[in-house]
Design a protein around this ligand. Structure first.
Ligand code: 5GP
Ligand code: ZN
Length: 113
């Protein structure tokens, strides 16, 4: 399958990995929008959040838990951080292997653009 993030999971494309377990992997975004900008992805190819079913609840939970653990390891858990998941065109998704953006190290505004 011609998927950029599957190639990162398999090691065919290099990345700056910050976290990994059986379900998920996390690596630094190539075009960071914050001092810490990390993408948390399921190792399994799921194109968008719309592809998640009841059988993926543990995978999605693992992504959330990874965000918390990354925040703790970067020592930004108390000051705060933002987690964003873009889905399809209106959500602004450009890479079609589901990923959570983890961003920290500056204050973010709300609502997003
Ligand atoms: P999306 O717009 O789909 O929510 O986010 C895709 C993200 O993937 C963007 O923030 C973009 O900078 C990042 N990205 C695209 N290609 C690569 C790559 O080859 N390596 C890494 N580490 N990040 C990438
Ligand atoms: Zn993929």
């Amino acid at each position: 399958m011609d998927c950029l993030f599957c190639k990162i999971v398999s090691g065919d494309i290099p990345c700056e990995k910050v976290y990994e377990n059986a379900e998920v992997m996390a690596f630094r975004d190539l075009n960071p929008q914050a001092p810490h900008h990390i993408l948390i992805i399921p190792k399994q190819h799921l194109s968008t959040l719309n592809d998640f079913g009841a059988e993926h609840v543990a995978t999605f939970g693992a992504m959330g838990l990874a965000a918390k653990e990354i925040a703790q390891s970067l020592e930004v858990d108390e000051q705060g951080y933002r987690v964003v998941l873009n889905c399809n065109a209106d959500g602004g998704q450009t890479v079609f292997h589901t990923h959570m953006h983890f961003m920290a190290g500056r204050a973010f505004s709300w609502p997003p653009g």
